[in-house]
Design a protein around this ligand. Structure first.
Ligand code: FES
Length: 179
């Protein structure tokens, strides 16, 4: 029997399921929220908060993927040149929680933004590439984030935080471990 899903509701394809500490290839997906297939979750590994490895090569420019680390939603965004420029040209004086974009990304890797994926107001999941700054828009109470994940409007008090992570190669990161 066919199932229908409201366009306003996230579908299973919106989420990236992490099985163990390692992530395989991104599935073929034509939308901005690619589904990444995985093996059966290893609950003990997840509960232990083991670092999560992510191969970045399948993530196209302009895409955002979601994954979970330590039970927290994480966004990994492959930013376009325009999105980087927008983030870096914003005056700090215009920011509620002033942080330069350079401090939120790794040196030489400005195209990659990794942030926690829950709104810093009350924890809803903001929608990517939406809102005045085309970063994220939180549909719950209207918080607006820019392409650096910094709050630019609405009730959210602080930026989307950056989790600890490190590049293990030019095209892979490990979330949960600093260099
Ligand atoms: S939870 Fe996002 S604006 Fe309230």
């Amino acid at each position: 029997m066919a199932q229908t899903t409201s366009a306003a509701e996230p579908t299973r394809r919106d989420f990236l399921y992490i099985a163990t500490g390692a992530v395989g290839a991104v599935g073929v997906a034509g939308v901005a929220w690619p589904f990444i297939s995985s093996l059966a979750p290893d609950a003990q590994t997840v509960a232990a908060g083991a670092p999560v490895e992510l191969d970045l090569t399948p993530i196209a420019e302009g895409q955002i993927v979601k994954l979970f680390w330590r039970g927290n939603l994480i966004f990994v965004r492959h930013r376009t040149a325009e999105e980087i420029q927008a983030a870096r040209s914003a005056p700090l004086t215009a920011l509620r929680d002033p942080q330069p974009d350079e401090a939120r990304t790794k040196e030489g890797k400005a195209q990659w933004l990794v942030v926690y994926g829950n709104c810093t107001h009350l924890g809803c999941v903001p929608l990517g590439q939406q809102g005045e700054y085309k970063g994220w828009f939180c549909p719950c109470h209207g918080s607006i984030f820019d392409t650096s994940g910094r709050v630019r409007g609405g009730p959210a008090p602080i930026n989307l935080p950056v989790p600890p992570y490190t590049f293990t190669s030019d095209t892979a990161i490990r979330i949960g471990a600093e260099a």
